[in-house]
Design a protein around this ligand. Structure first.
Ligand code: UT7
Length: 336
């Protein structure tokens, strides 16, 4: 059978480091609050670059490491909630930067779960035979859209900028064997909670006369809103459930997984998920301390850094899980 294998991983973090102490100077917050509540110590902010510019750098690295020429890519999937422009999707801007006219570019909008949805789409396309080499990217520029007033501080201290990319290719694999490929993906959403973590405008809601006007900007509708406690509670429960679903589907147990790469929203969430799963925290690879929450980019950035740290090696069984706005959540079990 044909399986979808991750052939190369790359990441790009803008060089500008913004520490919690730097935020103290521009916002009503404290290093102590941020560390204690989230585990975040610093994050990266762009000087001026766009989301597709970060994605481009991560993509070049992923292609180089996969030893794949860009001309072999037959589909681009771009997961982001912070595209360069309202439309067209950031995938088209990345495709233009890569110089791949004609190659399809698909943007997906599943926020923190975007990369997991992307893995599922890539896996399905590859197994169907429709595409053979897919570039999947998760990238965000949050720093240009943060409310730095006291009203927005609960959100603004959490998010950072960054990009991660993987090249996924078609490979013959043995059914139920140990070849490197995506074993399964498990996706979920619950729109009843759509407004618990969202950005209202611009938009065509019945509540608005215009997609965006001065009043909407004055009211801050273009900034993110989050019901932090509700998101926290659902995130923990849903990520544990998504991991268990993947294990049950593959008839495996938690001890067989070599590395857990979870979305990076809050170190406390990941500690609770580890505790619920009965795994020691050193089996979870976290990057939130250095980068904050980079939404669709957290998992590929985690892969990149885990490889660099020698914690992710070929042949390892990897469990990813994420939760975010939508609500959306899911998991992927793969052999790297
Ligand atoms: O990736 C998408 C998914 N996102 C998540 O999973 C995030 C989930 N939620 C969380 O991680 C947490 O809810 C937060 C870290 C966002 C907030 O932690 P919390 O323990 O739920 O704090 P809180 O919002 O209840 O606020 C507690 C206090 C409040 O002050 P009072 O009312 O107790 O006086 C806030 O005003 O902390 C205050 N506060 C801050 N203080 C300093 C809120 N934000 C800040 C801040 N700096 N940045």
């Amino acid at each position: 059978m044909i399986g979808a294998k991750i052939e190369g991983v790359g990441a790009y973090l803008p060089p500008k480091v913004v520490t919690n102490s730097d935020l103290e100077k521009i916002m009503d917050t404290s290093d102590e609050w941020i560390r204690k509540r989230t585990g975040i110590e610093e994050r990266r902010w762009v000087d001026h670059e766009s989301t597709s510019a970060l994605a481009y750098q991560a993509s070049l690295l992923a292609l180089e490491r996969a030893q794949v020429s860009k001309d072999e890519i037959d589909l681009i999937i771009f997961a982001t909630l912070s595209p360069d422009h309202d439309f067209p999707g950031a995938g088209c801007f990345l495709q233009e930067r890569l110089g791949l006219p004609g190659v399809p570019a698909l943007d997906i909008r599943q926020q923190c779960t975007g990369f997991i949805y992307g893995l599922s789409i890539a896996n399905t396309y590859i197994k169907s035979g429709e595409y053979r080499k897919i570039l999947l990217v998760g990238a965000e520029v949050h720093s240009k859209g943060l409310d730095k007033s006291p009203k927005g501080r609960d959100i603004s201290v959490l998010f950072g900028d960054g990009a991660g990319a993987v090249v996924i290719g078609a490979h013959p694999v043995e059914d139920k064997g140990c070849d490197s490929h995506i074993y399964s993906s498990h996706l979920h959403a619950d729109g009843r909670f759509a407004k618990e973590l969202w950005i209202a405008a611009p938009g065509t809601s019945e509540d608005f006369e215009d997609r965006l006007n001065r009043q909407m900007v004055d009211d801050g509708l273009h900034y993110g809103y989050m019901n932090g406690k509700k998101v926290f509670a659902h995130a923990t429960k849903s990520m544990v459930a998504a991991v268990m679903e993947a294990l049950e589907y593959n008839q495996m147990d938690v001890s067989q997984v070599d590395l857990f790469l979870f979305h990076q929203a809050n170190l406390r969430i990941n500690s609770m998920v580890a505790r619920e799963l009965g795994i020691s925290e050193d089996r979870v690879f976290n990057t939130i301390m250095k980068y904050g929450n980079t939404t669709a980019a957290t998992i590929p950035i985690g892969m990149n850094d885990a490889i660099a740290a020698g914690k992710l090696q070929p042949g390892m069984l990897v469990m990813t899980a994420a939760f975010g706005s939508g609500f959306t959540w899911g998991s992927t079990l793969l052999r790297y």
